[in-house]
Design a binder for this molecule. Structure first.
Ligand code: ADP
Ligand code: MG
Length: 619
């Protein structure tokens, strides 16, 4: 069978995505390959397809059990014999998989890196025909990456000890040069075919909001997305608990995931999410790499992550099926302090020398600065991301918050002078600076007990900004901080005027602040975001109901039956025969045979129902 036929037959794809073909060809020709593609770019097919076409069994080294289970389930659905060997199997199951592997039952065998050290597994591997060893999430081999796994360092020796050297394939979504060089060196790739594809994910909409209340904004965003599946990332376990409780209290179907939960609960919650019983997952970044769920239609960050690498990887879990999806970050300057705390107090890797550790920390701070700059930019957000990954791009993408509602520069010189002189007066009076909240209260002429006790209602700037909404004053204070006119003491939070402020206060300097025109578009309901917009909504709902039924009957996650993108294309094309059904993008022969009848029946039924109700049919 040739590769395009196999691609259609087993995976249902009509053609290759950028980069896939070169990697597939490389492996078919027995070369080593190295694929750097963004999350959702389609790395799996690059080794799964050659695995089908070459004799023997391809070993796939993968860092997470959940990831393996998911991939194996998807392969089995597509009619590809595959299995995994990991610590979730008991001794008998392990022995069964090993025996079947020895008998040539599988085309792909997924293993955790730690398995490579087991003598039993080494003996098995020596007896098998292994055309390819594929290393997924290959950045785990680098201590410069975010997910260093010492077990990955054993891969090269394992391969060297095999009776015949297989082709080695490495895949990652981490683009930095340092990590890439580590991968090539530590896996001892031999003159690999290297493919680095574009990092742009055009179906993702990006936005950064600075809400007055993150909680209220989150609730509003989720309310607009009822019935959709998504992830809410928080920086800390405590935030996960708090946010998840708030969502559940508001009647939203949320569950949670963080490293502090017992194993059994983590697994249960992940399954609830995966199977859409609880389609909203609130999680720390521990909920990560293994998530291959393709119908995630939004990723909201409740806190800013520590780097753009982490952000793009987490946000990239949205829209993996190619449907429009939203990536929204709820930013507040306090997030930067939290991130700094994590860098200072983060576990650090015991395997590193003190010098190496210092270098890693310096790097972490540079990453954090870039992340903060993303949150503050008023330019195109996609452009900011692609700049960071060193990719050329158009000036404006048209599919991010700032592009939809461009910022305009507002002259805020007078208001800035009010804030700065108020901070200066307070300091003069008390001999020490007060925190942001009290400063804002003085400016707005508040009457709290603390304010009066300190006599701050007597300073000349008291009540100067009475008419300005609290949120706007706060925004201005934060902007002045960002621009270096105010300094917030990290220890006690006191806000004081810097030397730079003299320019604005006494020397006729002016200050503009970029302000977005209109409301944040992500908050406007009913946004229609391109894609399969012509699909009939009623039919789509019927197809989704059928998918859910089939998924439950087969005990697999819904998106394993068909992704949203496939159902949208199905609803748009409205196939009436098996041949037409096979035309639907993402439908392969095996799946057509398995599910075709069911979906064709739903379409038939729907057509009849709507025909009987004039005025309500498809149009
Ligand atoms: P990655 O591992 O790079 O993050 P995956 O291999 O999980 O990405 O693929 C992401 C999605 O892209 C999957 O839903 C997959 O079915 C889809 N996909 C992969 N290759 C193609 C292709 N050639 N045409 C259409 N869809 C594809
Ligand atoms: Mg992958």
């Amino acid at each position: 069978m040739d590769k395009l036929t196999a691609l259609k037959q087993y995976f249902g794809h009509d053609g290759f995505r950028p980069g896939q073909q070169a990697l597939v060809d490389g492996l078919l020709a027995g070369r080593d390959v190295f694929g750097v593609m963004p999350t959702g770019g389609g790395k799996s097919v690059c080794y799964q397809l050659p695995a089908l076409l070459r004799p023997g069994v391809t070993l796939v080294i993968s860092p997470l059990i959940s990831l393996m289970k998911d991939q194996v389930a998807a392969l089995e659905q597509a009619g590809v014999p595959a299995a995994c060997l990991n610590s979730s199997l008991d001794t008998a199951e392990m022995a069964e998989v090993m025996a079947k592997a020895r008998g040539g039952a599988y085309k792909l065998l997924y293993i955790a890196p730690e398995r490579l050290a087991s003598p039993g597994f080494r003996a098995l591997a020596a007896a098998l025909t292994i055309p390819v060893v594929a290393v997924d999430e290959a950045h785990c081999i680098s201590q410069w990456g975010q997910d260093f796994r010492p077990g990955y360092l054993a891969i090269a020796d394992f391969i060297a000890a095999l009776p015949r050297r297989p082709a080695v394939a490495a895949f990652t979504a981490t683009a930095t040069a340092q990590v890439r060089a580590d991968i090539v060196r530590l896996l001892r790739l031999d003159d690999p075919v290297e493919v680095v594809t574009g990092f742009d994910r055009p179906n993702l909409y990006f936005d950064v909001l600075r809400p007055k209340s993150k909680k209220d904004t989150l609730l509003a965003l989720l309310e607009q997305r009822r019935g959709k599946s998504g992830i809410v990332y928080c920086a800390t376990r405590a935030n996960v608990e708090k946010v998840c409780d708030a969502l559940c209290a508001a009647g939203l179907p949320a569950t949670r995931y963080h490293a502090g939960l017992p194993d059994a609960e983590r697994r249960r919650n992940q399954d609830d999410f995966q199977f859409d019983r609880r389609p909203v997952m609130v999680a720390t970044n521990a909920f990560g790499m293994g998530i291959d769920k393709s119908n995630v239609s939004f990723v909201i960050h409740y806190n800013m992550p520590q780097s753009l690498e982490a952000y793009y990887q987490e946000a990239g879990r949205a829209g993996r099926d190619g449907s429009p999806a939203d990536c929204i970050l709820l930013f507040s300057p306090a997030d930067i302090a939290t991130a700094r705390y994590f860098i200072e107090n983060g576990g650090g890797n015991e395997a590193l020398t003190p010098e190496e550790r210092a270098a890693v920390r310096a790097q972490d701070y540079r990453r954090l600065d870039a992340m903060a700059a993303y949150c503050r930019t008023t330019g195109c957000l996609r452009g900011a991301i692609l700049d960071y990954f060193g990719q050329p791009h158009a000036e404006r993408c048209g599919n991010c918050g700032p592009c939809r509602a461009p910022a305009v520069d507002r002259d805020v010189t007078v208001q800035a002078q009010m804030v700065l002189s108020c901070a200066a007066r307070i300091r003069q009076k008390l001999g020490y600076p007060v925190g942001e909240n009290l400063l804002i209260e003085v400016l707005r002429g508040g009457g709290s007990q603390r304010l009066r006790q300190l006599g701050l209602d007597g300073v000349s700037t008291y009540g100067l900004m009475k008419q300005v909404p609290r949120g706007e004053v706060r925004r201005l204070v934060e902007y002045l901080e960002e621009r270096g006119f105010l300094h917030r003491d990290p220890a006690h939070g006191g806000v004081s005027v810097t030397g730079q402020a003299g320019e604005l206060l006494f020397h006729g300097g002016t200050l503009t602040m970029p302000v977005r025109a209109g409301e944040a578009p992500a908050l406007r309901p009913g946004r229609k975001a391109g894609g399969a917009a012509d699909a009939d909504a009623g039919l789509l709902a019927a197809l989704k109901a059928e998918r859910l039924r089939l998924a439950q009957a087969g005990n697999v996650p819904a998106y394993i039956v068909f992704s949203n993108a496939v159902l949208e294309d199905m609803a748009a094309r409205c196939p009436r025969t098996m041949d037409e059904f096979l035309e639907v993008s993402g439908v392969g022969a095996v799946k057509a045979q398995r599910y075709g009848e069911n979906f064709l029946h739903v379409i038939e039924q729907y057509a009849q129902d709507t025909a009987e109700q004039p005025g309500m049919g498809t149009s």
